[in-house]
Design a protein around this ligand. Structure first.
Ligand code: KG4
Ligand code: ZN
Length: 352
């Protein structure tokens, strides 16, 4: 089976062609970074227009790379939520159009499920597994029990971790998006120079909080002598911030692993996914944690951590294999939690 996947929920316009052996036959990602850069963040109207203007070409390129005609596909999958509604509508309408024209099944994919199932595309990880989902909009720990069945163990009470990276980068005058800039700059700094808080560390449960850490970074910057921030200061702040994030993720995941082991004894793997999983220091810390606690650790390649359509095509394949397809009346969902039974909370990390 071969599926075309389409991703337009945020600031990447992406299309990919993937088969059920896990071969990614094409994977095209067009980033909108240049369009949003002057504003230092994503502007929803600009995102929607850019998706509309570029998606057809991105799909054409993916089909060309895969050397396929639409009629030879077994299905068309598109991210139908959660995300920015303008982009979701563009992707979903396009997918439905292709599906209707070629009489193919349409699969509405939850973006978070795309991230969650990527480890099965890359590493064939068996259910159940523990998932740390860390991106610009989400920061959750979930148990992936089955396609479509998730149990949330923890979430952020305020900011998502990727959002904290982006805001720290902005405060330091680094570029957008902030995560990769902070990581690059942190490599030149001393993590012990600034004594930053580790919010939620040692607390029961698996929830996160990052707004206090972000505020502490602002105070650390304000306490420095007035004038231009020295390169040394910027590097040390980045390193100290990244170290604090690493400590928090370590603590929260250690607790989640204990819960996972007691309630899902047949599971043995921690998977990390989402844009922040591209961070080498985050990966190193989690790998170390898993070695210490005797868990397997899986982190997809960097290009499959940040937003892409291969993960959407793969989630579509997993659903299609179960006969789980959607009608052409499926409406995009700006909010779409993976675990509908988890209590609603506030904050960016719980947009889903
Ligand atoms: O998964 P993603 O591409 O989009 C969302 O679904 O949110 O994640 C984007 C987020 C941004 O906040 C970005 O700064 C962060 O992931 N990110 C990183 C790195 N690369 C991307 N954060 C830390 N280190 C990185 N290398
Ligand atoms: Zn994402």
């Amino acid at each position: 089976m071969i599926v075309l996947g389409i991703e337009t929920s945020c600031d990447e316009t992406a299309a990919a062609v993937v088969d059920d052996h896990g071969t990614v036959r094409a994977d095209v990602v067009r980033s909108q970074i240049e369009e949003h850069r002057p504003y230092g963040g994503i502007v929803p109207e600009i995102a929607a227009r850019a998706h509309l203007e570029t998606l057809d070409d991105v799909i054409r390129r993916a089909m060309g790379e895969a050397e396929m005609e639409f009629a030879a596909l077994d299905g068309v999958a598109a991210t139908a939520g959660p995300g920015l509604i303008g982009g979701l509508i563009v992707g979903v309408m396009t997918a439905k159009g292709i599906a209707a024209a070629h009489d193919l099944p349409f699969i509405a994919v939850n973006h978070l499920e795309g991230h969650a199932l990527t480890a099965r595309l890359t590493d064939r990880v068996a259910f159940p597994y523990l998932l740390l989902l860390v991106s610009g909009g989400h920061c959750q720990i979930l148990v992936v029990e089955e396609v479509g069945r998730y149990r949330r163990l923890g979430t952020t009470l305020d900011d998502a971790v990727g959002e904290a990276f982006d805001k720290v980068a902005k405060m330091l005058g680094l570029g957008y998006p902030g995560g990769p800039e902070v990581e690059r700059t942190a490599a030149l700094g001393h993590p012990a120079r600034f004594n930053l808080p580790r919010p939620m560390k040692g607390r029961p449960g698996c929830d996160f909080s990052f707004s206090g850490l972000k505020t502490a970074v602002r105070h650390a910057i304000e306490a420095l002598p007035v004038g231009e921030l020295a390169e040394r200061d910027v590097a040390d702040i980045c390193a100290s911030f990244q170290d604090a994030v690493g400590d928090v993720l370590d603590d929260r995941c250690a607790r989640a692993i204990a819960t996972f082991r007691s309630r899902w004894p047949q599971g043995d793997t921690l998977v990390v996914a989402g844009g922040v999983a591209a961070n080498q220091e985050v990966r190193r810390r989690l790998e170390q944690l898993c070695r210490r606690l005797d868990m397997k650790f899986v982190a997809p390649p960097q290009g499959l951590c940040t937003d892409n359509a291969a993960m959407i095509a793969w989630a579509g394949l997993e659903r299609l294999a179960r006969g789980d397809v959607d009608g052409l009346d499926f409406a995009p969902r700006p909010r779409w939690p993976l675990d509908p039974d988890a209590p609603a909370s506030r904050g960016a990390g719980v947009k889903a």
